[in-house]
Design a protein around this ligand. Structure first.
Ligand SMILES: Nc1ncnc2c1ncn2[C@@H]1O[C@H](COP(=O)(O)OP(=O)(O)OP(=O)(O)O)[C@@H](O)[C@H]1O
Ligand SMILES: [Mg+2]
Length: 251
């Protein structure tokens, strides 16, 4: 059974159909990369998966449990909160809480979501996660005292601290200089090698090809092509995918 089953997701904004009929599966431990030109609907799809948008139609199922049916949305806040926990999201712009240290950013949500007796172990776990991100000596720094790459690694630790089934990234390196991009990609590569289930929207084609197991090419609200990442990126079948990839190579 796939860890994630997305079926027939549709989403309109006013009169624009942004997601037309999106379906795909993801197996546990695999990494999926989503590529496609600007405006093709990649962020909207991730936001639907993370319950930041409600699709108009379609279903999202994790480990066999249907979490969302666009035609019959959940309104109970407690169920919504529970369902959200299956996904973690790392944004392009880090979105750390500026008034909290790196460690507090990582531990805040898990502490809020569990009882007081868990606090010490959550803090220990937060320290471990930050250490894994290469930030042992930065735990007590505030976001403004950290580089963009360090902030993004805190954001990744924060997402992991909630132990999501699926970790999603929306262009995690596009706000970073090339040098800092490398350190964030290394961390994501390491997560992939440990079989963290991930969905990564990225414009870094070499990274998508090397790290992802499967890739999806989105065009104008549909999945135009999907398959093994190496095959899709090295030998795309659809004319539109070829055009998109060669436009990136021309830059
Ligand atoms: N809240 C919104 N209200 C109205 N239209 C929206 C909204 N969010 C996104 N859109 C539109 O939906 C389409 C898809 O946007 P989306 O951000 O999902 O694209 P994307 O593939 O992530 O693009 P990019 O590569 O530039 O990040 C765009 O035409 C965008 O203008
Ligand atoms: Mg986007």
């Amino acid at each position: 059974m796939p860890i994630l089953e997305v079926k027939n997701i549709k989403k309109n904004f006013e009169n624009t159909e942004v997601l037309k009929d999106i379906s795909f599966d993801l197996e546990e431990g695999q990494t999926l990369s989503i590529i496609g030109s600007s405006g093709s609907g990649k962020t909207t799809l991730l936001r639907c998966l993370n319950f930041l948008e409600t699709p108009d139609e379609g279903t999202i199922t994790v480990r066999g449990k249907q979490l969302l049916d666009g035609a019959n949305p959940i309104t109970d806040p407690k169920t919504l909160r529970e369902n959200r926990k299956h996904f973690g999201l790392v944004f392009q712009q880090f979105n750390l809480f500026p008034q909290y240290t790196a460690l507090e950013n990582v531990t805040l949500a898990p502490i809020l979501h569990s009882d007081a007796s868990m606090k010490d172990s959550i803090i220990e776990k937060g320290k471990e996660l930050l250490a894994e991100m290469g930030l042992s000596d930065r735990m007590n720094n505030y976001p403004h005292q950290l580089s963009g790459g360090q902030q993004q690694r805190v954001a990744i630790a924060r997402a992991l601290a909630m132990e999501p089934d699926i970790l999603c990234f929306d262009e995690p390196t596009s706000a970073l200089d090339p040098e800092l991009t490398g350190e964030v990609l290394r961390v994501i590569r390491e997560l992939a090698s440990r079989h963290t289930t991930m969905i990564i929207v990225t414009h870094e084609m070499a990274f998508a090809r090397d790290v992802a197991d499967i890739a999806i090419f989105m065009d104008n609200g549909i999945i135009l092509e999907q398959g093994p990442a190496k095959e899709l990126i090295n030998n795309p079948k659809e004319e539109r995918t070829k055009q998109f990839l060669s436009s990136l190579n021309d830059r």
